[in-house]
Design a protein. Sequence first.
Length: 439
Amino acid sequence: VPPSWEALQSTPSLTNRPSPPIYHDILPESVDSSLPVLYRDKDCICAACESVWLALEVKNVEYVTVLVDKNNAIEDDDDDEQISMLPRISWPSTTDDDESNNKNDHDTTTTTTTTDPVNLLEQIQSRYPDTAPQFYPPLSSAVDASRCNIMRLPGVMPRNSDTNLMSYAPYLFRDDGTLVKPSSHAVSLEEVEEMQEEYYLGDFLCGKAITAADIIWAPYLERYAVQLPIVYYRNKARLNPRNRNVYGEVDNWYKVMEREVPAYSCRVMGDAKHWRKCLEVATKIHNERAVGDDERVSLPDVPDQKGWWVKKNSVVKAGEIWSEYCSQRPWLAPTPGGEVSLFMIRNREMIVDAAVAASLGDCFDDENTADEALREVIQVLLEWDVYFDQSSEEETAQPLSESGLRMALFAAEEMIQVPRDLGMIPVGVLWEVIRSCDE
C-alpha cells in the first residue's frame, strides 16, 4: 500500500516548496510590483514568447508570470487588445527610469508594449548587465556576432514561408498553398553548418557561450528538428537536422543547448509530442488551401519518441542537469522525479477525477482505486535515483504495479504537457519509470 497523501507531502525533499505565483490573463492590482512581469501565451506555442521566457530563465531573473489565453480576448476591446499583445514585459519603476529622458531601443521603460523579442532581449540585458550569460559579448571591436547572427535568421532559413504559421510549424508551408521545396531545407541546413564553423571555439552560434542569437533561433530550430523529418519522411535522412552524419555541427548545437543550458532542457523546451500536435494544426490549415493534391501533406505515424532525451542521455545525466537548474530555484524539487511528484500532488484531485472518467471503469473502479494508483506513482518517482542508479549492482523489482502503470501512462499522455506544465527532463524521467515496467 503506497503512503498516504499526508506522508507524501511531508517528504523532506518536497516540504517548503511553494510554487511561484502564476496569474491568468491579467495581473491583480494587489500583486507586488517590485518584480518584472512576463506576459506569455499559456499554450506555449508562440515562438517569440519562448525566446523571452528563455532569456529570463538563463539569467535566473526573479519574475512574475501572467499566462494569456488569446482566445479569451474580446474584439474591439482596447484592454483585451493590450493584454493579448505577446510577449510583453512590465518592468518595475526605478530611479534610472524616472530620471532618464532619452530612450532608445536598447533602453528600458517601466512598462513596455513591444512584442519584438529582439528588443525585449536588449531590455533584459540592459537591466541585468552584470548577470551571466552576456547576450551580446564583444568578440572583437569590429564584430557584434550575436546581433549579426540574429539578423541572418530570415536569410538563412527558407524564405517566403507563411508568417502566420511560424510559431506552429516554421519554414514548412507557403501562404500560396504550396510546400517549401526539400532542396530549400537542405540549403538552409548547410548554411547553418557554415555558420557554426565560423565560430570554432564552441558549439553555440557564436562560439563557447550562449548568446542572444541562440535564444532567438532556438524556438525555430527546436520545432524544425521535430517537424521537418515528419513532413519529408521519405527523405528524412537528408532532411533531419539532428542527423549528425549529415549535419554534425547543427546536431552539436542541439546537444550543447540541451546539456549546457539547464533552463532550456529543464523548463522551456517543448517535446516531440507538443510539436507534433502543432504540426497537425498547421498541416490542416495548409491542406485546406493546397493548390493541388501533390501539395497536400499526409503525416505518417511516427515511432514513439516519448521521453526520448532521457532515454538517450541517461537518467544520471538528466539528474546532473536538473541539479544545476534547481540549485538557485528553491521552489523546485531536488530531483526530476520529485518535480513530477510535486505537480501530481498539487493536481491530484484533477488527475484522479479525469482518470476515473476516462477509464469508464475499465482501469479504475472508483476514485479510491485511482487515488491509490497515483500515490504509488509518486512513491516511485520520489525514489527514481534508487531504481535507475547505474552504479548499483542490486537488481530492482518492477517499480509499478499494473494499476500504477496505467495511472503513470494516463498522467504522462493526458494530464501533462511539455513545457506548459513541466519541462522535458522531469517528464522524461516519468517515461523512464514507465519504460522500466516493460524490461
